[in-house]
Design a binder for this molecule. Structure first.
Ligand code: G3I
Length: 356
């Protein structure tokens, strides 16, 4: 799991089985080592446990290949006042990642939500555009050559495009229209041409009409940027999975294949499993969470290599899901690879199957 230094490339079990399945004789004969095409395992880092629970850092060092500040690079964390940038929290995490040979993912340069009040109070197209460009220039420049991938825009697609059209409303869209996405990607690319630039969104995993509409909206945004020669390199599927929903395997594979046909990388950026509808029994819940993730990861990896599979936190002790999807029995959510005592769960074994 820990790929701080590139390990010798391995002949993976999957590639051998695939070869045998395809009747290839090479799978049984001694073969040149093949690249391990599995994704890197990433972990989103929440400052509270990062600062207060040494076991979290130990597990990051041992298991993670990539680290993503969960909140520290958001406008709400960086920009308490209009003229200020507070990089304290982000620098703690970025410096730790660099000191331990981990790759770094930046989340996020533009989001409709969790902006400081002064941002929500901005008015006028030119002022809003100026603030957006200044923010992205300053943040991307600070971590130029250090943060290798960015969620340039997060959740710019409407929750339900079938209801209100493709675009998520918010300060950036309301003053700049669809251009807000163009400006964000163009600015990030100008500041750090080496960074890989992603669009990131949720509810892209099943095959409901709403999900299909969201997927189409993502594809249209990608093609819009490509038609304007504005750099975009990948799509992040957040993969906040629901244990009571099924992965729409055929639809998901087709979506990923269409993204790859456009030359894009694909990443799983915020994996966890919302277990609020599962039984109270811990073992059955942990099994259900693992099975839900396995169904999804088996499907999405069958469509090709993922850049990363990032877990949205590591321990059940710290998850946004408790507040957003509270269980009727008031039991704590169990969405992550490690439990509240930092012990590995079946979900961690599933993730290890699909990550290098
Ligand atoms: O740091 C302050 C702390 O000083 C203060 O005492 C406390 C009081 O409430 O708030 C703390 O900030 C909280 C922050 O998490 C750090 O814990 C914010 O209130 C809280 O809103 C924030 O929630 C985060 C949320 O995004 C909004 O930024 C969650 O941790 C984070 O998991 C969640 O992640 C999002 C992704 O960015 C985008 N995709 C969906 C995902 C889940 O909502």
């Amino acid at each position: 799991m820990n790929k701080a230094d590139p390990k010798p490339k391995l002949l993976t079990r999957r590639s051998v089985i695939a070869g045998i399945g395809a009747g290839a004789t090479w799978a049984l004969a001694p073969q040149p080592v093949l690249a391990d095409t599995r994704a890197r395992f990433g972990v989103a880092v929440h400052l509270e446990p990062f600062r207060n629970e040494p076991v979290f850092r130990e597990l990051l060092i041992r298991h993670a290949s990539l680290i993503a500040p969960m909140n520290a690079l958001k406008w709400a964390s960086l920009r308490h006042t209009k003229g200020e940038f507070d990089f304290g929290g982000a620098d703690e995490i970025v410096n730790f990642a660099e000191q331990n040979g981990k790759r770094i993912h930046g989340h996020t340069l533009l989001w409709y939500g969790y902006n400081p009040v002064w941002v929500e109070q901005l008015s006028g197209e030119r002022r809003v555009e100026r603030e957006l460009i200044n923010h992205i220039e300053t943040v991307v420049d600070r971590y130029k050559g250090r943060i290798e991938t960015w969620d340039v825009v997060n959740e710019v697609v409407a929750h339900d495009p079938l209801d209100k059209g493709p675009w998520r409303k918010g300060i950036w869209h309301d003053y700049l229209g669809p251009r807000h996405v163009d400006i964000a990607f163009k600015t990030a690319a100008q500041v750090d041409p080496s960074a890989r630039l992603f669009i990131n969104d949720y509810d892209l995993e099943d095959d409901s009409p709403r999900t299909k509409a969201r997927q189409e909206a993502i594809l249209r945004i990608v093609q819009r940027l490509q038609d304007k020669n504005i750099p975009i390199h990948g799509v992040g599927l957040q993969a906040h999975l629901y244990a009571e929903r099924r992965t729409g395997r055929e639809n998901l594979v087709r979506f990923v294949e269409r993204l790859k046909a456009l030359g894009l990388e694909v990443a799983v950026t915020e994996l966890d499993v919302i277990d609020w509808k599962l039984s109270a029994d811990r073992e059955r819940r942990d099994r259900g969470v693992a099975d839900t993730a396995n169904e999804f990861l088996e499907a999405i990896t069958s469509a090709g290599t993922l850049r990363n599979i990032t877990s949205w936190g590591l321990s059940d002790k710290y998850s946004w899901i408790n507040e957003t999807f509270p269980r009727k029995d008031s039991a704590r959510a169990r969405p992550l690879p490690f439990d509240e005592n930092w012990q590995a769960k079946p979900l961690f074994d599933v993730i290890r199957k699909y990550t290098a």
